[in-house]
Write a protein that binds this ligand. Structure first.
Ligand SMILES: [Fe+2]
Ligand SMILES: [Fe+2]
Length: 272
């Protein structure tokens, strides 16, 4: 099973730039083309939140138009820039999105690796939260299939990253989440977004990570007083490859046109 993780697309209304700088629609278009060009093709495309920039219906409309050409089904995780009601309304035909007016958490059972989507959104806040109700839901879901490899997908990473301004809008309830996850060793990964950078941590007996944004990246700044800033480093996405007996290995892909590939040959001599 191959999972493509795309994150923090931050789609604006058509024709508007994010932060007056970033053409996030063009970025998503390039990301979709890059994913569709992969061979082998991913089984599923996991969007780990901040699908749009301001939770507006027209932004979701554009996101939907831009992701329409994807040749694999999209799994949608809400982030702090998303709006639950507008998100559900944008996909009236998606059976995976809960329509009870509550959290958008759900499980995806269609592939060998089970995906458990967690809703960390705390409306009105950039920070995320996992309350007792959401953790109880997670504990119950993980208890259902203790032997099945499982990936948690959530927007806010459950670990502090050292990027101070982002850690200030981190995940409340992360310790309680870790307590739940430690009880369920089938959790192979916790895949998050929000940080707009690839970051990896040992966490709760498993591996937790964030993926690069397909648009703008958060500046790599580990100073405790580092300002909130983004940079236009090359965008990217991650590929999580699960093979029976091997577990999951994760790759970070950069989006763009680059020279190569070239063979590792010098004349007729192999040089690697
Ligand atoms: Fe974001
Ligand atoms: Fe975010």
């Amino acid at each position: 099973m191959l999972i493509a993780q795309l994150t923090d697309t931050h789609i604006k209304p058509r024709g508007r730039l994010a932060y007056r700088q970033v053409d996030t629609a063009a970025c998503l278009e390039r990301a979709v083309a890059a994913v569709n060009a992969l061979d082998p093709r991913p089984d599923v495309v996991l969007f780990t939140g901040d699908l749009v920039d301001a939770g507006r219906p027209e932004e979701y409309g554009l996101f939907r138009d831009l992701t329409g050409p994807l040749k694999a089904p999209a799994i949608l995780v809400p982030g702090n820039h998303d709006d639950r009601g507008a998100m559900v309304a944008a996909w009236p035909d998606d059976p995976r999105l809960p329509r009870d007016g509550g959290f958008l958490h759900h499980t995806v059972e269609d592939w060998p690796v089970r995906l458990v989507v967690l809703d960390t959104v705390e409306p009105g806040s950039g920070a995320g939260r996992l309350c007792a109700e959401r953790l109880a839901w997670l504990d119950a879901r993980l208890s259902e299939q203790p032997d099945r490899p499982t990936v948690l997908a959530l927007h806010h990473p459950p670990f502090a990253t050292g990027i101070a301004h982002m850690d200030r809008i981190g995940l409340a309830g992360a310790d309680a989440l870790a307590t739940v996850v430690r009880r369920h060793p089938q959790v192979e990964r916790a895949l998050a977004g929000h940080l707009h950078r690839p970051i990896l941590a040992r966490w709760a007996g498993t591996v937790a990570s964030t993926a690069p944004s397909v648009a703008h990246q958060v500046a790599l700044d580990l100073r405790p007083d580092g300002p909130s800033a983004f940079v236009m480093e090359p965008p990217g996405f991650q590929l999580h490859l699960w093979r029976d007996g091997e577990g999951i290995v994760s790759h970070t892909a950069v989006i763009g046109a680059f020279d190569g590939p070239y063979p590792f040959f010098d004349g007729d001599r192999l040089i690697d």
